[in-house]
Design a protein. Structure first.
Length: 256
């Protein structure tokens, strides 16, 4: 198993079976040296999806993580982070600046980009852009977020391939290349997502990661754990196979 994980969830986001402390105990059991819980940070304006924490939950999350940092400080390095939406899941409006400013919340160590929705409202894991214009819009919003310099890496950067059911066509090929190009241009790592492997989704995607290797993008492992599944050796072995076959450069840890 790898030693530094920057993406995991708890039952605070209502789609994980682990409590915050359960997640940390699991990380210690698997001998992680660094482990971050990265809950879905709140949205600006209307609440959005049930998985995104609200104001009250945000402060509770930070307070509880601070307690866990102290309790387990001699066993593991714990970090507190947000996986931030850069487009509002309910209104379809850009919220890049709002998301980036969450880095300044007291108790938050870093942010990662979780770009789950197209402007028309389709979820990238379940649907596709309505046309090439919307696909390009998705990429433009992603670049705007990266340019803030406030995000450490892109979570499940090829997650949109689930909406395409793994099919490489003109639109999905464009999106793969555009995301990889952003990774290279801004030297921002791209996450190889263990939860996608565990759930047998169409990401991580072989075409995407071979392209990433060819263009010189950097990858980092991320559990994105919602239960015990992504911790398994079977999932890790599949990720290792992907890295070996694609040839993508894998970095061990982030500078945080």
């Amino acid at each position: 198993m790898f030693k530094h994980n920057y993406h995991a969830h708890s039952d605070l986001s209502r789609h994980s079976t682990h409590s915050l402390e359960d997640s940390i105990k699991k990380a210690i059991e698997h001998k992680f040296e660094t482990f971050s819980i990265s809950e879905h940070g709140q949205l600006e304006g209307p609440f959005g999806t049930r998985r995104i924490i609200n104001d009250e939950e945000e402060q509770h999350f930070i307070n509880e993580m601070n307690k866990l940092k102290e309790k387990y400080k001699d066993q593991i390095r714990i970090l507190t982070s947000f996986e931030m939406e850069i487009m509002h899941t309910k209104t379809g409006q850009d919220q890049v600046e709002f998301a980036a400013n969450k880095l300044h919340v007291d108790g938050i160590d870093f942010l990662i980009i979780g770009h789950h929705n197209y402007r028309s409202g389709a979820h990238v894991f379940k649907g596709q852009p309505k046309d090439m214009e919307e696909a390009k819009d998705y990429i433009n919003v992603l670049e705007a977020a990266i340019k803030t310099g406030k995000f450490l890496y892109i979570a499940h950067p090829d997650g949109f391939m689930a909406g395409f059911k793994g099919e490489i066509n003109e639109m999905s090929a464009y999106m793969c290349e555009a995301v990889v190009d952003l990774g290279v241009k801004y030297n921002i790592p791209l996450g190889i997502n263990f939860n996608g492997i565990c759930e047998k989704r169409d990401y991580p995607n072989n075409h995407f990661w071979k392209l990433a290797a060819k263009k010189g993008a950097k990858a980092i492992y991320e559990l994105d754990s919602h239960d015990d599944g992504p911790f398994s050796k079977e999932v890790f072995d599949k990720a290792e196979k992907l890295v070996k076959e694609s040839g993508v450069e894998l970095i061990e840890k982030l500078n945080i």
